[in-house]
Structure formats: structure tokens, C-alpha cells
Design a protein around this ligand. Structure first.
Ligand code: ADP
Ligand code: MG
Length: 290
């Protein structure tokens, strides 16, 4: 059985504030647009998004493919700058990546030549260079145990299943003890069963640690199982927030009984109709060449 990590060893959870954020990708002029006199190929991905996320809150972001979810998350991670507006973490503007944010990627992004424990060690050492070797070893052991990978410490990523690789990704993100966990479709590449197991693991770990989490997902059921709030984004270009749903289910949550809650089916229907409407509009625009 996986063990928890003592509560007093965590960093406090973060408050995040996205203020009037716009992101424009500046395209290069191609030959055709130069000849045809087209002024610019700038692309407004997201426009004037504001969002406040309280500490200890699990927030999911859903929206049609290509609407700008990863763009927003990457700016929160500090991997890309905002074009306008600012993002504050505990009232401090984000200027780049930092030890206060841990990221889990859909494609795991592990170092293929490193073992499981080396992947964790590299991350912890890079983010916290002053920690003693003993402290680092203890942190690695605890987090490998937390995600149920004890026994796989010496394995390389190619020796692991997709689910196990993503367990390493989650352990690595948590081992640096971030104040906020950012996950970009973390289970998108996994089969349904493995996905379910990992969702349950995330629910269990979140119960213990209650870190602020922002997770992008395409799965309505996943968002309903894990989130306190669900941010629904419109289609792009110039995507913005359409609506934020409050998820009222008590915790700990159980996937078997969740749909017995009186609000479950209404919330699900609302999300389905939002995604269907926005995706249909994207398709219509594509067909008409707009
Ligand atoms: P999502 O994660 O919601 O699927 P993205 O955030 O990846 O969407 O992309 C949003 C939009 O911005 C898309 O139209 C995409 O093509 C565009 N985009 C993303 N990154 C870049 C970039 N580096 N340069 C130009 N356009 C980009
Ligand atoms: Mg994306």
C-alpha cells in the first residue's frame, strides 16, 4: 500500500491570479502574404482572460482542441511570456519558470537515458541545489512510494508502461515540492483503465496534499471526478472563458457513486453542450475556410 508523506513537509499551496491576459503569436510574413499585401499574420490565441484560483483548489480547464489551453498553462508555468496582462503567484508576477510550479506533461517528458530515481534526482537537484544528498534520497524514496513505483527505481522509461511513465512524471513534479501543480492532459495518452487508476491516484494524493492544481483535460468525467471548479474556454482565435462551473461533490470522491449526486448529470450535460457547441463552430469555420 502506498504511504503518504507527512503533511508538515509540504510547501503551502499557492494563490494564482491571471489578470487580463492576452497572447498573440507573431507570425512571420510568408512570400504569399508579402505579395498579396497582407499586413500581418499575427494570431491572437487568447484574449483578456482573468481568473483567480484560491489555494488548495483543484481547477480543470476544458475547451475545444486548439483553443489555447496549453498556451495559458505554459504562461502560468513561465515557459512563455504574456503579450498583455499579468499572472501573479502569491501576488508576485510570474517572469519565468520557478520551483513553486511543478509540471506534468501528456508525453511524460522523462529523460530516456536516466532511471526512474535519476529522473527524480535530476529534477530535485536542479530545482533545489542546496539540499543535502540525504534529504534528496529521502524525497526520492517517498515520492516513488507515493505513486506506487517502489521496485522500479532502477528501470529506464522504455522499460515502463505508459501508466508507469506518467507515475514517474507525477512523482517528479511533486518531488520538487511545488506550491502549484500544472498538468497538461496528463492522462491523454493512456488507455481507459490505466487512466482510471491514475485518476484515482491523483484524487488520493490530492486528499493528502491539497496543493493548488490546474489540469487541462478533454474528459468531462475526469474533470467532474477531480475538480472543485471547471473553467470552460471558448473556441479560438481570441479564446476567452465562457463559464466557470462549481463542482459541489464532497470528498473523498468515489467514481462508482459520483453520478448518484443530484447535480452530476446537469453538470455533465452543460459541459457536453459547451464542448459540442464550440467544437461544431470550429469545424464550421474550418469548412467555410474562415
Ligand atoms: P490547446 O492546448 O487548447 O489545444 P494551444 O494552446 O496549443 O491549444 O494552441 C492555441 C492556438 O495557438 C492554436 O491555434 C495553435 O496553433 C496556436 N499556437 C500555439 N503555439 C503557437 C506558437 N508557438 N506559434 C504560433 N501559434 C501557436
Ligand atoms: Mg494543448
Amino acid at each position: 500500500m502506498n504511504q503518504g508523506i507527512p503533511k508538515d513537509t509540504f510547501s503551502p499551496s499557492a494563490q494564482l491570479s491571471v489578470r487580463n491576459v492576452t497572447k498573440v503569436f507573431h507570425g512571420k510574413k510568408d512570400v504569399f502574404s508579402r505579395l498579396s499585401g497582407k499586413a500581418s499574420t499575427d494570431f491572437i490565441a487568447i484574449e483578456d482572460i482573468s481568473l483567480d484560483i484560491e489555494p488548495n483548489t483543484f481547477v480543470s480547464i476544458i475547451g475545444p482542441s486548439g483553443c489555447g489551453k496549453s498556451t495559458l498553462l505554459n504562461m502560468i508555468a513561465g515557459l512563455a511570456p504574456t503579450t498583455a496582462g499579468e499572472i501573479l503567484l502569491n501576488d508576485v508576477p510570474i517572469k519565468g519558470p520557478g520551483p513553486d510550479r511543478g509540471m506534468v506533461f501528456q508525453n511524460y517528458a522523462l529523460m530516456p537515458w536516466m532511471t526512474v530515481e535519476e529522473n527524480l534526482q535530476f529534477a530535485v537537484q536542479t530545482v533545489h541545489p542546496r539540499l543535502t544528498a540525504k534529504h534528496i534520497q529521502r524525497t526520492i524514496k517517498e515520492h516513488i512510494q507515493l505513486v506506487g513505483l517502489t521496485g522500479a527505481e532502477k528501470k529506464h522509461p522504455h522499460e515502463l508502461s505508459g501508466g508507469m511513465r506518467q507515475r514517474v512524471g507525477i512523482a517528479r513534479a511533486l518531488a520538487i515540492d511545488p506550491q502549484i501543480l500544472l498538468m497538461d492532459e496528463p492522462f491523454g495518452a493512456l488507455d481507459a483503465l490505466t487512466r482510471g487508476f491514475l485518476q484515482d491516484e491523483i484524487e488520493r494524493i490530492w486528499e493528502q496534499q491539497r496543493k493548488t492544481v490546474i489540469m487541462i483535460t478533454h474528459s468531462i468525467e475526469e474533470a467532474l471526478l477531480l475538480s472543485d471548479r471547471i473553467v470552460m474556454m471558448t473556441r479560438g482565435p481570441a479564446a476567452h472563458i465562457d463559464e466557470i462551473l462549481e463542482v459541489p461533490f464532497s470528498r473523498p470522491r468515489n467514481r462508482e457513486t459520483l453520478d448518484q449526486h443530484p447535480a452530476y448529470h446537469d453538470l455533465k450535460a452543460e459541459m457536453e453542450s459547451h464542448l459540442f457547441r464550440e467544437t461544431r463552430a470550429v469545424e464550421a469555420a474550418r469548412i467555410s475556410g474562415r
